[in-house]
Design a protein around this ligand. Structure first.
Ligand code: GRG
Length: 362
Protein backbone atom coordinates (compact mmCIF):
# COMPACT_ATOMS: atom_id res chain seq x y z
CA UNK A 1 0.00 0.00 0.00
CA UNK A 2 2.63 2.50 1.07
CA UNK A 3 4.82 1.26 -1.81
CA UNK A 4 2.03 2.13 -4.28
CA UNK A 5 1.65 5.60 -2.81
CA UNK A 6 5.39 6.25 -3.22
CA UNK A 7 5.25 5.01 -6.81
CA UNK A 8 2.32 7.30 -7.63
CA UNK A 9 4.15 10.35 -6.30
CA UNK A 10 7.28 9.52 -8.27
CA UNK A 11 5.43 8.92 -11.54
CA UNK A 12 3.49 12.17 -11.18
CA UNK A 13 6.68 14.10 -10.64
CA UNK A 14 8.41 12.64 -13.70
CA UNK A 15 5.58 12.39 -16.24
CA UNK A 16 3.25 15.33 -16.55
CA UNK A 17 -0.45 14.46 -16.78
CA UNK A 18 -2.33 14.76 -20.07
CA UNK A 19 -1.51 13.39 -23.51
CA UNK A 20 2.10 12.62 -24.46
CA UNK A 21 3.71 14.14 -27.56
CA UNK A 22 2.36 12.32 -30.64
CA UNK A 23 4.74 9.91 -32.44
CA UNK A 24 5.61 12.38 -35.22
CA UNK A 25 7.71 14.33 -32.71
CA UNK A 26 10.00 11.40 -31.95
CA UNK A 27 10.22 10.46 -35.63
CA UNK A 28 11.74 13.82 -36.55
CA UNK A 29 13.58 14.58 -33.30
CA UNK A 30 17.00 13.28 -34.37
CA UNK A 31 16.80 15.04 -37.75
CA UNK A 32 15.77 18.34 -36.18
CA UNK A 33 18.58 18.08 -33.65
CA UNK A 34 21.21 17.38 -36.35
CA UNK A 35 19.94 20.23 -38.52
CA UNK A 36 20.11 22.58 -35.53
CA UNK A 37 23.66 21.52 -34.67
CA UNK A 38 24.66 22.23 -38.25
CA UNK A 39 22.94 25.62 -38.29
CA UNK A 40 24.15 27.12 -35.01
CA UNK A 41 27.90 27.84 -35.06
CA UNK A 42 30.04 26.95 -32.05
CA UNK A 43 33.21 29.03 -32.34
CA UNK A 44 35.46 28.57 -29.29
CA UNK A 45 35.55 31.43 -26.78
CA UNK A 46 32.51 33.20 -28.22
CA UNK A 47 30.17 34.45 -25.55
CA UNK A 48 27.59 35.39 -28.19
CA UNK A 49 27.21 31.78 -29.36
CA UNK A 50 27.48 30.47 -25.80
CA UNK A 51 24.34 32.44 -24.87
CA UNK A 52 22.51 30.85 -27.82
CA UNK A 53 23.75 27.36 -27.01
CA UNK A 54 22.82 27.80 -23.37
CA UNK A 55 19.35 29.03 -24.31
CA UNK A 56 18.91 25.98 -26.56
CA UNK A 57 19.89 23.73 -23.64
CA UNK A 58 23.13 22.46 -25.20
CA UNK A 59 25.67 24.03 -22.84
CA UNK A 60 25.80 25.22 -19.27
CA UNK A 61 26.67 28.82 -18.45
CA UNK A 62 30.39 27.97 -18.43
CA UNK A 63 30.29 26.44 -21.89
CA UNK A 64 30.42 22.83 -20.70
CA UNK A 65 28.08 20.46 -22.55
CA UNK A 66 24.76 20.24 -20.72
CA UNK A 67 23.96 16.97 -18.88
CA UNK A 68 21.54 16.12 -21.68
CA UNK A 69 22.84 18.24 -24.56
CA UNK A 70 19.65 18.09 -26.60
CA UNK A 71 17.21 20.92 -27.19
CA UNK A 72 14.67 21.08 -24.41
CA UNK A 73 11.68 22.54 -26.25
CA UNK A 74 8.96 20.48 -27.93
CA UNK A 75 10.28 21.42 -31.40
CA UNK A 76 6.71 21.94 -32.58
CA UNK A 77 7.52 24.22 -35.51
CA UNK A 78 10.25 22.11 -37.16
CA UNK A 79 8.13 19.00 -36.59
CA UNK A 80 5.20 20.65 -38.41
CA UNK A 81 7.51 21.61 -41.26
CA UNK A 82 8.92 18.10 -41.74
CA UNK A 83 5.47 16.56 -41.37
CA UNK A 84 3.92 18.79 -44.05
CA UNK A 85 6.81 18.04 -46.40
CA UNK A 86 6.51 14.27 -45.95
CA UNK A 87 2.69 14.26 -45.98
CA UNK A 88 2.79 15.76 -49.50
CA UNK A 89 5.28 13.18 -50.71
CA UNK A 90 8.56 15.05 -50.18
CA UNK A 91 11.76 13.84 -48.51
CA UNK A 92 11.96 15.32 -45.01
CA UNK A 93 15.77 15.54 -45.40
CA UNK A 94 15.20 18.29 -47.98
CA UNK A 95 13.46 20.36 -45.31
CA UNK A 96 16.13 20.00 -42.60
CA UNK A 97 17.66 23.51 -42.94
CA UNK A 98 14.19 25.09 -43.06
CA UNK A 99 13.10 23.13 -39.98
CA UNK A 100 16.21 24.34 -38.13
CA UNK A 101 15.53 27.93 -39.23
CA UNK A 102 12.00 27.80 -37.79
CA UNK A 103 13.19 26.49 -34.43
CA UNK A 104 15.97 29.10 -34.30
CA UNK A 105 13.59 31.96 -35.07
CA UNK A 106 11.18 30.64 -32.43
CA UNK A 107 14.05 30.60 -29.93
CA UNK A 108 15.09 34.13 -30.86
CA UNK A 109 11.58 35.24 -29.94
CA UNK A 110 11.69 33.37 -26.63
CA UNK A 111 15.02 34.99 -25.69
CA UNK A 112 13.47 38.43 -26.20
CA UNK A 113 10.15 37.43 -24.66
CA UNK A 114 11.88 36.35 -21.43
CA UNK A 115 13.47 39.79 -21.12
CA UNK A 116 10.23 41.63 -21.84
CA UNK A 117 8.23 39.47 -19.42
CA UNK A 118 11.00 39.47 -16.77
CA UNK A 119 10.77 35.66 -16.69
CA UNK A 120 13.50 34.10 -14.59
CA UNK A 121 13.08 30.50 -15.69
CA UNK A 122 12.53 28.82 -19.04
CA UNK A 123 12.55 25.11 -19.73
CA UNK A 124 13.63 24.47 -16.14
CA UNK A 125 16.75 26.64 -16.24
CA UNK A 126 17.57 30.28 -15.48
CA UNK A 127 16.76 32.55 -18.43
CA UNK A 128 19.69 33.90 -20.42
CA UNK A 129 19.13 37.52 -19.38
CA UNK A 130 19.33 36.58 -15.68
CA UNK A 131 22.70 34.90 -16.34
CA UNK A 132 24.38 37.40 -18.73
CA UNK A 133 22.27 40.53 -18.26
CA UNK A 134 19.73 42.12 -20.57
CA UNK A 135 22.03 43.73 -23.16
CA UNK A 136 23.91 40.51 -23.94
CA UNK A 137 20.71 38.44 -24.07
CA UNK A 138 19.21 41.03 -26.45
CA UNK A 139 22.23 40.89 -28.72
CA UNK A 140 22.23 37.08 -28.67
CA UNK A 141 18.54 37.14 -29.61
CA UNK A 142 19.24 39.46 -32.53
CA UNK A 143 22.14 37.30 -33.69
CA UNK A 144 19.93 34.24 -33.41
CA UNK A 145 17.48 35.85 -35.83
CA UNK A 146 20.32 36.19 -38.36
CA UNK A 147 21.43 32.59 -37.75
CA UNK A 148 17.86 31.52 -38.50
CA UNK A 149 17.76 33.52 -41.74
CA UNK A 150 21.06 31.98 -42.86
CA UNK A 151 19.88 28.49 -42.00
CA UNK A 152 16.95 28.80 -44.38
CA UNK A 153 19.04 30.30 -47.17
CA UNK A 154 21.46 27.37 -46.80
CA UNK A 155 18.68 25.17 -48.22
CA UNK A 156 19.96 26.33 -51.58
CA UNK A 157 23.28 24.51 -50.93
CA UNK A 158 21.47 21.18 -51.25
CA UNK A 159 18.56 19.92 -53.30
CA UNK A 160 16.43 23.08 -53.14
CA UNK A 161 16.68 25.58 -55.99
CA UNK A 162 17.95 29.09 -55.19
CA UNK A 163 14.62 30.47 -56.37
CA UNK A 164 12.65 28.29 -53.93
CA UNK A 165 15.05 29.07 -51.08
CA UNK A 166 14.56 32.80 -51.68
CA UNK A 167 10.78 32.41 -51.78
CA UNK A 168 10.81 30.46 -48.52
CA UNK A 169 13.12 33.00 -46.96
CA UNK A 170 10.64 35.76 -47.80
CA UNK A 171 7.77 33.72 -46.28
CA UNK A 172 9.79 33.21 -43.08
CA UNK A 173 10.78 36.86 -42.77
CA UNK A 174 7.22 38.06 -43.38
CA UNK A 175 5.96 35.61 -40.77
CA UNK A 176 8.34 36.67 -38.05
CA UNK A 177 7.65 40.32 -38.79
CA UNK A 178 4.02 39.44 -38.16
CA UNK A 179 5.08 37.69 -34.94
CA UNK A 180 6.90 40.86 -33.79
CA UNK A 181 3.80 42.92 -34.63
CA UNK A 182 1.76 40.51 -32.52
CA UNK A 183 4.15 40.88 -29.62
CA UNK A 184 3.79 44.66 -29.87
CA UNK A 185 -0.01 44.34 -29.73
CA UNK A 186 0.26 42.01 -26.73
CA UNK A 187 2.51 44.50 -24.94
CA UNK A 188 -0.01 47.25 -25.68
CA UNK A 189 -2.82 45.11 -24.25
CA UNK A 190 -1.05 45.09 -20.86
CA UNK A 191 -2.15 48.64 -20.15
CA UNK A 192 -5.67 48.24 -21.60
CA UNK A 193 -8.82 46.65 -20.18
CA UNK A 194 -11.31 47.04 -23.06
CA UNK A 195 -9.82 44.45 -25.41
CA UNK A 196 -12.37 42.63 -27.56
CA UNK A 197 -12.22 38.94 -28.42
CA UNK A 198 -11.74 39.99 -32.03
CA UNK A 199 -8.69 42.09 -31.16
CA UNK A 200 -7.32 39.25 -29.06
CA UNK A 201 -7.74 36.76 -31.93
CA UNK A 202 -5.92 39.09 -34.29
CA UNK A 203 -3.07 39.49 -31.79
CA UNK A 204 -2.55 35.74 -31.36
CA UNK A 205 -2.87 35.13 -35.09
CA UNK A 206 0.20 37.35 -35.40
CA UNK A 207 2.16 36.54 -32.24
CA UNK A 208 1.79 32.76 -32.35
CA UNK A 209 -0.15 31.81 -35.46
CA UNK A 210 2.15 33.35 -38.05
CA UNK A 211 5.19 31.14 -37.31
CA UNK A 212 3.07 27.99 -36.93
CA UNK A 213 1.34 28.71 -40.25
CA UNK A 214 4.72 29.46 -41.83
CA UNK A 215 6.14 26.12 -40.59
CA UNK A 216 3.44 24.21 -42.44
CA UNK A 217 3.58 26.47 -45.50
CA UNK A 218 7.33 26.07 -45.86
CA UNK A 219 7.16 22.30 -45.30
CA UNK A 220 4.31 21.92 -47.80
CA UNK A 221 6.17 23.99 -50.43
CA UNK A 222 9.18 21.72 -50.05
CA UNK A 223 6.99 18.62 -50.16
CA UNK A 224 5.21 19.32 -53.44
CA UNK A 225 4.94 21.97 -56.10
CA UNK A 226 1.22 22.35 -55.39
CA UNK A 227 0.11 25.88 -54.37
CA UNK A 228 -3.45 24.71 -53.55
CA UNK A 229 -2.15 22.07 -51.13
CA UNK A 230 0.23 24.62 -49.58
CA UNK A 231 -2.72 26.94 -48.98
CA UNK A 232 -4.63 24.14 -47.25
CA UNK A 233 -1.66 23.56 -44.93
CA UNK A 234 -1.43 27.32 -44.29
CA UNK A 235 -5.11 27.44 -43.25
CA UNK A 236 -4.64 24.32 -41.15
CA UNK A 237 -1.74 26.17 -39.47
CA UNK A 238 -3.89 29.23 -38.75
CA UNK A 239 -6.35 27.03 -36.85
CA UNK A 240 -3.53 25.23 -35.06
CA UNK A 241 -2.09 28.58 -33.97
CA UNK A 242 -5.38 29.47 -32.27
CA UNK A 243 -5.69 26.03 -30.66
CA UNK A 244 -2.09 26.25 -29.44
CA UNK A 245 -2.27 29.75 -27.99
CA UNK A 246 -5.70 29.50 -26.38
CA UNK A 247 -4.65 26.23 -24.75
CA UNK A 248 -1.45 28.02 -23.63
CA UNK A 249 -3.61 30.76 -22.13
CA UNK A 250 -5.79 28.17 -20.41
CA UNK A 251 -2.73 26.44 -18.93
CA UNK A 252 -1.33 29.80 -17.81
CA UNK A 253 -4.30 30.07 -15.44
CA UNK A 254 -5.62 26.57 -14.74
CA UNK A 255 -2.65 24.39 -15.76
CA UNK A 256 -1.21 21.79 -13.41
CA UNK A 257 1.94 23.33 -11.87
CA UNK A 258 3.73 19.94 -12.10
CA UNK A 259 3.28 19.91 -15.86
CA UNK A 260 3.66 23.59 -16.71
CA UNK A 261 6.37 24.40 -14.16
CA UNK A 262 4.34 27.52 -13.31
CA UNK A 263 2.23 28.35 -10.26
CA UNK A 264 -1.59 28.20 -10.53
CA UNK A 265 -2.89 31.59 -11.66
CA UNK A 266 0.55 32.59 -12.95
CA UNK A 267 -0.74 34.67 -15.88
CA UNK A 268 -3.24 36.43 -13.61
CA UNK A 269 -0.48 37.42 -11.22
CA UNK A 270 1.36 38.89 -14.22
CA UNK A 271 -1.80 40.70 -15.42
CA UNK A 272 -1.59 39.04 -18.84
CA UNK A 273 -4.56 39.72 -21.11
CA UNK A 274 -4.90 36.12 -22.10
CA UNK A 275 -8.14 34.81 -23.59
CA UNK A 276 -9.93 33.91 -20.32
CA UNK A 277 -9.24 37.41 -18.95
CA UNK A 278 -10.29 39.15 -22.18
CA UNK A 279 -13.47 37.07 -22.19
CA UNK A 280 -14.10 37.75 -18.49
CA UNK A 281 -13.65 41.50 -18.90
CA UNK A 282 -15.85 41.49 -22.00
CA UNK A 283 -18.69 39.38 -20.59
CA UNK A 284 -18.80 39.88 -16.83
CA UNK A 285 -21.59 42.24 -15.75
CA UNK A 286 -22.50 44.34 -12.73
CA UNK A 287 -20.43 43.99 -9.57
CA UNK A 288 -18.30 41.17 -11.02
CA UNK A 289 -17.20 43.38 -13.92
CA UNK A 290 -16.48 46.34 -11.59
CA UNK A 291 -14.36 44.09 -9.40
CA UNK A 292 -12.38 42.68 -12.35
CA UNK A 293 -11.76 46.20 -13.66
CA UNK A 294 -10.68 47.42 -10.22
CA UNK A 295 -8.19 44.57 -9.89
CA UNK A 296 -6.78 44.89 -13.41
CA UNK A 297 -6.31 48.66 -13.07
CA UNK A 298 -3.87 48.14 -10.19
CA UNK A 299 -0.12 48.19 -10.73
CA UNK A 300 0.39 44.88 -8.91
CA UNK A 301 -1.92 42.08 -7.77
CA UNK A 302 -1.98 40.53 -4.31
CA UNK A 303 -2.56 36.81 -3.77
CA UNK A 304 -6.09 37.69 -2.62
CA UNK A 305 -6.65 39.50 -5.96
CA UNK A 306 -5.46 36.40 -7.85
CA UNK A 307 -7.94 34.22 -5.94
CA UNK A 308 -10.69 36.75 -6.59
CA UNK A 309 -9.96 36.87 -10.34
CA UNK A 310 -9.98 33.05 -10.51
CA UNK A 311 -13.44 33.03 -8.91
CA UNK A 312 -14.74 35.84 -11.16
CA UNK A 313 -13.46 34.14 -14.33
CA UNK A 314 -15.10 30.91 -13.27
CA UNK A 315 -18.33 32.81 -12.65
CA UNK A 316 -18.17 34.43 -16.11
CA UNK A 317 -17.75 31.00 -17.75
CA UNK A 318 -14.28 31.87 -19.07
CA UNK A 319 -12.87 28.40 -18.53
CA UNK A 320 -15.65 26.62 -20.48
CA UNK A 321 -15.55 29.28 -23.20
CA UNK A 322 -11.78 28.81 -23.61
CA UNK A 323 -12.25 25.08 -23.98
CA UNK A 324 -15.08 25.60 -26.46
CA UNK A 325 -12.99 27.95 -28.58
CA UNK A 326 -10.10 25.47 -28.54
CA UNK A 327 -12.40 22.66 -29.66
CA UNK A 328 -14.09 24.77 -32.38
CA UNK A 329 -10.70 25.61 -33.85
CA UNK A 330 -9.49 22.03 -33.52
CA UNK A 331 -12.58 20.88 -35.47
CA UNK A 332 -12.03 23.61 -38.06
CA UNK A 333 -8.38 22.50 -38.44
CA UNK A 334 -9.47 18.97 -39.30
CA UNK A 335 -12.09 20.27 -41.76
CA UNK A 336 -9.43 22.34 -43.55
CA UNK A 337 -7.53 19.13 -44.32
CA UNK A 338 -10.49 17.86 -46.33
CA UNK A 339 -9.22 20.25 -49.02
CA UNK A 340 -6.17 18.08 -49.77
CA UNK A 341 -5.70 14.41 -50.57
CA UNK A 342 -3.37 12.92 -47.94
CA UNK A 343 -2.17 9.36 -47.39
CA UNK A 344 -3.96 7.62 -44.50
CA UNK A 345 -0.96 7.80 -42.14
CA UNK A 346 -0.66 11.58 -42.60
CA UNK A 347 -4.36 12.23 -42.00
CA UNK A 348 -4.21 10.09 -38.84
CA UNK A 349 -1.09 11.87 -37.56
CA UNK A 350 -2.62 15.29 -38.29
CA UNK A 351 -5.62 14.28 -36.18
CA UNK A 352 -3.36 13.05 -33.37
CA UNK A 353 -1.50 16.36 -33.50
CA UNK A 354 -4.66 18.47 -33.29
CA UNK A 355 -5.90 16.38 -30.38
CA UNK A 356 -2.57 16.79 -28.57
CA UNK A 357 -2.51 20.57 -29.05
CA UNK A 358 -6.10 20.86 -27.83
CA UNK A 359 -5.57 18.79 -24.68
CA UNK A 360 -1.88 19.20 -23.85
CA UNK A 361 -0.85 19.91 -20.29
CA UNK A 362 2.67 21.20 -21.13
C1 GRG B 1 11.76 42.73 -30.12
C2 GRG B 1 12.73 42.22 -32.39
C3 GRG B 1 11.91 41.80 -31.25
C4 GRG B 1 11.32 40.61 -31.27
C5 GRG B 1 10.56 40.03 -30.18
C6 GRG B 1 9.29 38.50 -28.22
C7 GRG B 1 8.78 38.46 -29.61
C8 GRG B 1 9.40 39.26 -30.69
C9 GRG B 1 7.78 37.66 -29.92
C10 GRG B 1 7.14 36.78 -28.93
C11 GRG B 1 6.53 35.63 -29.58
C12 GRG B 1 6.06 34.65 -28.57
C13 GRG B 1 6.90 34.34 -27.38
C14 GRG B 1 4.91 34.05 -28.76
C15 GRG B 1 4.36 33.07 -27.81
C16 GRG B 1 4.34 31.74 -28.45
C17 GRG B 1 4.44 30.65 -27.43
C18 GRG B 1 3.24 30.27 -26.67
C19 GRG B 1 5.61 30.08 -27.24
C20 GRG B 1 5.84 28.84 -26.49
O1 GRG B 1 6.06 27.89 -27.50
P1 GRG B 1 6.34 26.36 -27.21
O2 GRG B 1 5.39 25.85 -26.17
O3 GRG B 1 7.78 26.43 -26.57
O4 GRG B 1 6.36 25.66 -28.52
P2 GRG B 1 8.90 25.27 -26.48
O5 GRG B 1 9.62 25.54 -25.18
O6 GRG B 1 8.24 23.93 -26.49
O7 GRG B 1 9.81 25.50 -27.64
Amino acid sequence: MSGDATLNVTVTAIRPPGPALPPMFSRYKEQVEQALFRAVPAPPDSQLYLVMRYHLGWADRHGQPAKEPVSQGKALRPTLCLFACQALGGEPEQAGPAAAALEIIHNFSLLHDDIQDRDIERRHQATAWTVWGEPKALVAGNAMQSVGDLALLSSADGQVSAQTALRLSAILTESYLEMIEGQCLDLDFESRTGITTEEYLHMIACKTGALIRCSLEVGATLGADNPAATQVFARFGQCLGRVFQIRDDYLGIWGDPVATGKAVGNDIRRRKKSFPVVYGLEHATGAARDELLRIYRQEALTEADVGQVLALLEGAGASQMSQRLIQDNADQAIRELDGVSLPGWARLEAEQLVDFLARREF
